[in-house]
Each structure stands twice: as structure tokens, then as C-alpha cells.
Design a protein around this ligand. Sequence first.
Ligand SMILES: C[S@@+](CC[C@H](N)C(=O)[O-])C[C@H]1O[C@@H](n2cnc3c(N)ncnc32)[C@H](O)[C@@H]1O
Length: 430
Amino acid sequence: MLGGYFFQSCPTRFFLIGKFDLIREAVIFVVIFCKQPQVQISNLLKHKIVVTCPPKVNHILAQEIEDLGYTVRSIDRMGVRLEGTLNDTMHLNLHLRSGSKVLFEVKFFRANTPEKLYQRMVQINWEEYLDPNGYFSIDSYVKNDFINDSRYANLKAKDAIVDRMVKVCNRRPDTGSKRDKTVLFLHWQLNECSIYIDTSGETIAKHGYRKIPFKAPMLESLAAATILTSRWEGKGTFVNPMCGSGTLAIEAALIAANIAPGLLRENFGFMHIVGYNYAYWEKIRQEAIDAVKEDIDVEIIASDISLEALRAAKENAKNAGVDDLIRFQHCDFKETKIPHGEGVVFLNPEYGGRLGEEKSLEEVYKAIGDFFKQQCQGYMGYIFTGNLNLAKKIGLKTKRRIEFFNGKIDCRLLEYELYAGRKKNDTLPS
Ligand SMILES: C[S@@+](CC[C@H](N)C(=O)[O-])C[C@H]1O[C@@H](n2cnc3c(N)ncnc32)[C@H](O)[C@@H]1O
């Protein structure tokens, strides 16, 4: 471990040890030895952490973060702020279902010109985070009058980091746009700059199981967020007619079996940071594996009229390790077998504009209302749609209407309490 850190950060110097005399070796050993606690401490030092998410998902994400035992400092439109260590970022990346990126702040500073940005960036101890033989990319969000093109900010930041690494380590990491190694993120608004390590690398909004997307699939983190908002508590019955590539049914199964989404992928940004605490990652990963529930009392049903969709859904469920928890049916949504009793029935129909034409979908939405009313009594019904006009055709009274965005499309999760009696369901309109 001790050699590991130094070896990774400045291998040329390590290599030279063999040529030194005993005293010099001893001096070098002391230098290396002194470096070790630095690495350990940097894994344990608390910094600002920002977890980003799609708009409207922030409160759901904040709840997830609190459920994992962290204190949320603030909730912004696009994310949640907390304090934590690099080890905590691994834990968050492993468990969060509704987040997109886990950003670990390296430094906050003020800059009002690109040159100031360079000067402040070059002072940061990048050698404590970056492997001089490695690779990094930078993304940025820039909103100020000092610069018109965020690519120029990226360039200045990248130059500063590379110059620093050459000065301290005599070597420089490669740079580019790939996200599978170290990823940095620069947030520069007015004169306030934060430079972060994007410990996720590739977004964690994708949970890694969907190899076959089929048509208009929901982003995995969005599907998870809508389910976390629903009354589904990971037990009982979850029915997902019009399942498409299976995202909702698979997310419901992952929640029921307590499978951490991070177990489904192998590479994260934090793995490429110098001093990466592999032992801690293995520990929390094993704990997450041990926490997976084996015997669970759920019935998850996914159906679709398209055989191609079902093929994709089955393959994706297999990738997620939950195919044994989902019963697939090839049928029109109206023919989906709804088990007697209580449960959740959740549909994400096409909503026009994107896939089908609005007019032809009016009948479909009306039929969903009838299906809810006649066949899903005792259930909580949910429809996720981006077309509020079509939603009116359902003809049932909503209990809740929760706002979401699917990309740029303003969407709603509509909740219906489907009483086991006709009277209350008939209190129209939505
Ligand atoms: C928007 S997609 C669902 C996407 C899904 N949530 C996902 O993440 O992959 C709508 C699905 O409804 C299916 N569908 C359309 N009309 C149907 C019908 N009458 N009965 C059953 N499925 C239908 C389509 O085949 C398509 O897979």
C-alpha cells in the first residue's frame, strides 16, 4: 500500500531507489513513509460532496442519501449536497438508485479571468489525486461573463493540471474525452469555482443491466425514482403492463431483493484516483452482496404486446440478476393477469410526439382508465406520462400528481387509488 501509492504517483523516482546508497535509500524511505498517512488521511478527510440528479428527483435522492445514514446539507434543483470522505463517495456510488454523479470537491476558489483560473488550479496538489501515467478528462459548467466557451475553461484547467504534474512528477497524464478513467468536473458560476473529482466517471443514472433498450426506455434512475415515490415497498405484487425493455419491473425487483445498483457495474471514476482504497471497496461491496435478500415475498409481472420488447426485457432482467423474480406475459395490457388482492400496477404508455400520434393514443389512455377501474380493484395504480392532455382521457380521479422530467419533457407520475368498489373510482375527472 505504502509503496503502492508512491509507485503509482511517481514511478520514475521509485525506480531510482536501487541506484542510491543506503543513507539516501533511508531518506527516500522516510519520504515514502511520510506520504502514506497522507493517502490514508485523504481517504478519510471530509470534503463537500454533491450528488447530481435529473430535475424534480432531488427530494427523492435526498431521502435515499439520508436512509444511507448521511446528513443532507442542502437540496438544490439538480442535486443534493452533503459532507463526506472519498470512502463515502464509494458507498454512495454503490447504493444510490436515483443519482447521476457523485462529485467530490477538491477545492473551492474565486476567479474572474481564465488566467486566474489557471493560477489557482496549478496550485492544487493534483499529484495526490492523479496518476502521472494515467488519463483524465474534464467536464465543466461555466456561467459567467469572463468566458463564452466552456471548452476554453476546460483547456485552461487541463493545462494547469498537466503543468503541475510535470513540475512535481516529471511526467504528465494523458487527457481526452473518455470517461472510463479519472473524470474531473469544473463548476464556475460568476466568480466562484469548484473543481471536483467525478467519482462516478460514467453516470450512475444507468444501472448497467440494459444492454437492449427497445423503444423509448426510461432512464434507470428515473424509473427507480418514480418507484421510490410510489407505494411499492418491495413486497407484495407489482404489475407492469406495457413493460417495454422492462426498466420499471427490473427496478422494482432490484428494490425488492435489496440489490445495490452499483453491484451491477465494474468501473467507477474513484477507482482511478491515486490511493484508491480497494480494501474498503471490497468490504462495502461484500456487505452489499450479503444484504441481498434471497427468499422474498413478491410477485412481479411484466407484460407487453411486442415480442421484441419482451425479449429485450427478459435479457435485461437476466443481466440484472432478477429474471427469476419477474413473470413475463406476451399480451395486450388489458389481458395482463392481475392477481387478486392488493398491489401496485404501473404503466408507462407511449405519449405521442415521440413515438405514436396523440390522436390514436386517446383511445389507449381511455382503455387504461377502464382497465384500472374494472380489473385492478384494490391496487394503487400509476401512470408515468409526458402528455397531460392524454392523461385526462384516463377519466379517473388522481390521488397525487407528481412532477418529473424525462430529459426535457415535462412529465407526471399520476397516482390512482383503485378502491374495490366502483363508486369512488368514478369520481371524474382527473
Ligand atoms: C414507452 S414504452 C415503455 C418503455 C418502458 N417503460 C421502458 O423503460 O423500456 C411503451 C410500451 O408499450 C407497449 N404497448 C403499446 N401498446 C400496447 C398494448 N395495447 N398492450 C400492451 N403493450 C403495449 C409498446 O410495445 C412499448 O413497449
